[in-house]
Ligand binder design. Structure first.
Ligand code: C5P
Length: 290
């Protein structure tokens, strides 16, 4: 079977503190967008997991998070005879804060639970997902979620509003461990963004057009100080009429959300003229896949 493995963007990201396990507690809204890899899974009982990817930036074999997801899943049910061939057609840029590898792993868990007939309930699938990577549980759920903990605690939310999102690859990559390591954590436990997210937690609903006007990303000053092109790209997006512009995750993908498709297209054209790779996309909403 073949399925779409969607990218996500972080609609804001605050780091709340360092944890005893070395990770950081965060708060963010994750939202899937319709930029997607295509994954084909062919199950077998050969005991062999094979992963091939169309991009040299995403590894074949055991280095791929989809491989690790399949392996952890069959171990968790003690079924070493289970095998699968996984073919990934990559469209999501790698290393850009769009969660491509985690998305592939989340989709692999959901689909193998079905086609290997494991029947694991959602909460067990989420535990397996968290052991593969901090962002993987979100992709088991999909859609939109308020995300806390080290990234593995997810509260699905209903989102409204349908902005056109312009994603921009600024031409450099940011290492996640580097970004967390360099961050000067100010213990800001209250801000308009955090107060807004507390109301989202209570209501279970988020209006994307509101969120775009007040989100904050703690990594933006850090990455912007190192790469001057960040401010130039964000200014261009804002001048084109965006509701808001920011960076996804720890970077480096930058984005803007637009109420009007014509403004989004104009921003995309101007950025492409300057040599940047750009994707236009929309939010994805759906019920749990598992
Ligand atoms: O979980 P994941 O593999 O994405 O994390 C990569 C690295 O990013 C971790 O090893 C850690 O250094 C850092 N990280 C963190 N706090 C988080 C998520 C990631 O410090 N909440």
């Amino acid at each position: 079977m073949t399925a779409s493995s969607y990218a996500k963007i972080n609609l804001g990201l605050k780091v709340l503190g360092k944890r005893p396990d070395g990770f950081h507690d965060i708060i963010s809204v994750f939202h899937e967008v319709d930029l997607a890899d295509e994954i084909t899974l062919s199950p077998s009982e050969s005991g062999r997991i094979r992963v091939t990817s169309s991009s040299s930036n995403a590894p074949d074999g055991p280095g791929n998070l989809a491989y690790q997801a399949a392996d952890v899943l069959r171990r968790s049910v003690d079924r070493p005879e289970l095998g699968v061939d996984i073919c990934i057609l990559k469209r999501i840029p790698t290393g850009g804060g769009l969660g491509g590898g985690s998305s592939n792993a989340g989709l692999t868990l959901c689909e193998l639970n079905r086609i290997w007939n494991l029947g694991l309930p959602n909460d067990r699938l989420l535990d397996v997902a968290a052991s593969v990577g901090s962002d993987v549980p979100f992709f088991v759920q999909g859609g939109a979620a308020l995300v806390t903990g080290r990234g593995e605690t997810i509260q699905p939310v209903d989102s409204t509003g349908d902005p056109v999102i312009v994603l921009v690859d600024p031409g450099f990559a940011v290492s996640t461990p580097w970004a967390f390591g360099k961050l000067n954590i100010e213990l800001t436990r209250s801000s308009p963004y955090i107060r807004f997210l507390n109301s989202v937690r209570t209501s279970g609903q988020v209006d994307l057009l509101d969120l775009f006007s007040l989100f904050e990303n703690d990594f933006l000053p850090l990455v912007g100080a190192r790469y001057p092109s960040v401010q130039r790209i964000l200014s261009l997006i804002r001048e084109s009429g965006a509701l808001g512009a920011s960076m996804s995750g720890t970077g480096a993908t930058l984005y803007g959300g637009f109420a009007r498709a014509s403004d989004a297209q104009e921003a995309a054209d101007r950025l492409q003229d300057q040599g940047y790779t750009v994707h236009l996309c929309r939010p994805v909403r759906r019920l749990s896949r598992s």
